[in-house]
Structure formats: structure tokens, C-alpha cells
Ligand binder design. Sequence first.
Ligand code: LLP
Length: 384
Amino acid sequence: MKGNFPIQQWNGVPTPFYFYDTDLLKRTLQAVKEETERYGFTQHYAIKANANPRLLSLIASYGFGADCVSGGEVQAALDAGFPADKIVFAGVGKADWEINLALQAGIFCFNVESLAELHVINELAALQNKKACVEFRVNPNVDAHTHAKITTGLSENKFGINLSQIESVLQVAQTLTNIKVIGLHFHIGSQITDMSAFKDLCIKANELQDRLQQKGYTFDNINFGGGLGIDYHHPNHICIPDFAGYFAVFNQLAERRANQAIHFELGRAIVGQCGSLISRVLYVKEGEVKKFAILDAGFTELIRPAMYDAYHRAENLSSELPEQTYDVVGPICESSDVFGKDVALNEVRRGDFIAFRSAGAYGEVMSSTYNLRKLPTAYFSEDF
Ligand code: LLP
């Protein structure tokens, strides 16, 4: 089965481009909103997954907060209508101007990743006569069983403060006059489909809170980050992730202290399935053994296959001919510019539309102008 795309209306539209199914995004947003609110949890959409302004405004209209990792993202969140007091700001390397911007905007909190950063936030907040609200990002040492380049919760990662060091950081924080500690933050990795990783996270968070409570530390907020994966192999059948199962894990296993708010920062699970990269076939090249489908899209538009060996389902939207096997490649002058090897596609001819599915997250937003290519345009199903 292929997705439902208005290809007759795409004649004359320059490729490659991103195509977003706004109806699917709305249904996904409704589902995640219902399941988040079922337990009184709070959702901050992870802007890094897709910062297309039109999608951001739509997501903001559902009442979510935003999770940002740069000054640019904080500004984009504000511009799209996310309320400042629902913005969280993470990242191991926040520059002074980014911290100042966030302080001026009055964001909900900084997710602080090191003692060095805490001192700088304290100094910059003092200059603005403000108290900065912070959560400490703790590295819980949980294995997310995902791709090495997108796992973050192991102790050798650059992210977060190690479990063994959190107490001393809390002690220092108490002495800083322009810092208010409001919570703990965790994020163990991305594209996690095995719920046992989230179960482990809950257990680690409970243990840590018990330990810190004995020393007199309590927290108004716990933020469990994002990470829920999507089904890249079945974008047409499993297009809305199992939010119910995901939040039920936290509801059952995370021991919630009195008056404690629980936060999440989902990105991929919200926008992943609604986006496709649409390209056209430039040439079919017959090798000695293989056939190559050479497209007008490359890793400049979708870098995930080249960077993480990621799979994106490819569909020939223009052909119902019997399937043949192709190496599907882009035009970039790098041998890593390959979307997939031995990919089965309905027989391909020059000009056919090829869709790469499940590209709504970390697709358009990671595109580049390498080889002096143009950044891709975005189109929305509701406009066709
Ligand atoms: N919170 C924090 C602190 C994060 O670092 C991330 C993602 C998220 C939330 C959102 O995670 P999600 O729900 O989307 O899994 N470019 C890679 C993914 C990098 C994820 C980085 N952090 C990819 O294309 O797979």
C-alpha cells in the first residue's frame, strides 16, 4: 500500500520538496494531547524535530509548551505563539546571548547540564536582576537500545550531570542567589521503541528522588524528556504512535511526589509520520549488476540514511508496474549519498515521483545547502 498523495496537482511544482499531511498531524496532536492530559502531564514539543513555522503554529495552538536547544529555537517558539512560561531550554553549550534571550523572555526553566553552565546562568541572571529557574539534567545511565549516535543517557555521553555528581551540584546551587532549582530533567535517547528503557528510566528516577529526599531535596517538576520512536517500516498502517502505552508506563512506574508536575518533550513521535520528502527520478542507470535510480533529492534534503543508516520507506508514486530492485541514490558528490540499497520499487522511469516516508522529524530541519543546493520548500496537504 502507498500513501495518498495528490500527485496530479504536483505537475510544475519544483522538486525536491517536503509534503506534510496536516490532517494526520492534527490527529496525532489530538492523540498526544489526550494521552498527556489523561494523567495531568505537561508536554513541551521538541522544536528540534521540525521547526517549520507553519507546523510550529499548529502545534502551539494545541496548548503545548516547547523544548528548545538554542536561542534560535527559543525565538522560533516565541514567534510561533508558544507561551514563554511553557518553554524549556536544554543543551550542553548555551552561549551567553542565548541565556540572556531566554532570561529576557521569561522562560519556564533552563535544563542545566553542568556546574560550569550553572555559574554562568547565575551571573547573567544577576545582571538582569532575575532569578533563573533551573532543572538539572541528570544522566541516569540507562541504555536506550537505539542507534549509538542518538543515545544520550549513558554515563560516557556528553549530556547531563552524572548520578554521582548531582548532590554536590545541588549543594552549590543552594549558595547561588540568582538560581531557583525547580526540578530534575532526564532524556535517554531518541527513536526508542522498547518500553523497557522507559521503565528503567522511571526506576532510576524514583531511586534518585528517594536518595535526594533523604538529604532534604524535593522537586516540584520532573521532566522525562522525549524519545518515543515511530514505525518507519509501516507509515501507512501505524501512523500514530502508541502514546497510550508510553504514558501508561510513566503513570504506573514513576512515583509522583505530592504536587509534583511531570513533563515530557516529545519530538519525533509528534511530527515524524506526517512528513514525506518528495523527489523525482532524474535517471535510471544500468550498472553491470545493479540498477541505480538517481534522484533529484540527496542527503542535503534528508540526511538520516547517510548519517545514521536510517531506513525511510521509499515509494514510487507514479508507477504501478511490477517491482524491480534499485540502489536509490542522490546527486551529491559523496559516495554516502545513498537512500537505500536493493530497494524494491515499482518500475522506475525518468520523471517519476519518489516519496520517502516518515520524514517529518529531523528531515527538513536538518537539510543543508552543501553543493550550493537550494533548501527544500514545504507544502501542506490542506492546500491541495
Ligand atoms: N529532549 C531532549 C533533551 C533531546 O535531546 C531530544 C532529542 C528530545 C527531547 C526529543 O527527542 P525525540 O522525542 O524526538 O526522540 N537527529 C536524530 C535525532 C536526534 C535527537 C536529539 N535529541 C535523528 O534524526 O534520528
